[in-house]
Write a protein that binds this ligand. Structure first.
Ligand code: DX5
Ligand code: ZN
Length: 220
């Protein structure tokens, strides 16, 4: 699969959110990664459907909405209507993951499952055929700018094997720098989320290109 870069707007300037979305779009982002936090599932609070609806006109790229909320199921329709293309729920967020994935598909959206660092990859074993994307958290969710957890490279490799030739994207999120990107891609990821690496750089396009380029010489 081709490597995709998904800048996380968690690290953007919230006062200029629309412009920041447009800037990473024009800088070559494949997906716009949108971190929704509820102050309950994770110890931080960001935004919900009204803000996603406001930034929707600023980019035609895929809106990759990462829900760090619990429960997620009651809000899924609102995120679909706000403009999400991919809706990712945490495996730990609701008691009925299979039902949430079916519901996301019934809304006409792609469905993802995210795994906290402590959650084993086997949690997706029986829902693999309902996943369009699996998101490996390489930090404990809640904040940008944390250090990458090396333990998640092994999980990424195992998931890559489990996925086999299914058309499932494998995304890794948290602490990814241009230095680390090559190892994440080599472990099997095809979508890299990067928040602070992109938004704290002075040249978004150069950083996105560097993140993508790190996989070029590595065998998967
Ligand atoms: C963490 C979020 C990540 C995070 C990535 O809870 O899901 O998307 O913002 O930011 P960096 O790349 O700074 O770790
Ligand atoms: Zn995220």
């Amino acid at each position: 699969m081709t490597i995709k870069i998904a800048p996380s707007i968690l690290s953007a300037d919230f006062a200029r959110l629309g412009e920041e979305v447009r800037a990473v779009d024009q800088a070559g982002a494949d997906y716009i990664h949108i971190d929704v936090m509820d102050g309950h599932f994770v110890p931080n609070l960001t935004f919900g459907p009204p803000i996603i609806k406001c930034i929707r006109p600023w980019s035609q790229k895929v809106f990759d909405v990462h829900l760090m909320i619990s429960p997620a199921q009651p809000s899924l329709k609102a995120y679909a209507e706000a403009g999400a293309d991919i809706i990712t729920v945490h495996a730990e967020a609701d008691p009925h993951l299979d039902r949430s994935l079916q519901f996301i598909h019934s809304l006409g959206r792609k469905a993802g499952v995210s795994l906290n660092p402590h959650t084993p990859e086997t949690v997706v074993e029986y829902v693999l055929d309902k996943c369009d994307l699996i998101l490996v958290m390489s930090v404990n969710p809640g904040f940008g700018g944390q250090s990458f957890l090396e333990s998640q490279l092994d999980k990424t490799r195992r998931l890559k094997t489990m996925i086999g030739d299914r058309p499932i994207e494998l995304e890794v999120d948290g602490g990814i720098s241009t230095d680390l990107a090559g190892r994440v891609i080599a472990a099997g990821a095809n979508v890299l989320v990067a928040g602070s690496a992109v938004f704290q750089s002075s040249d978004y396009a150069a950083t996105i290109a560097a993140l993508r380029g790190q996989g070029g010489n590595l065998k998967q």
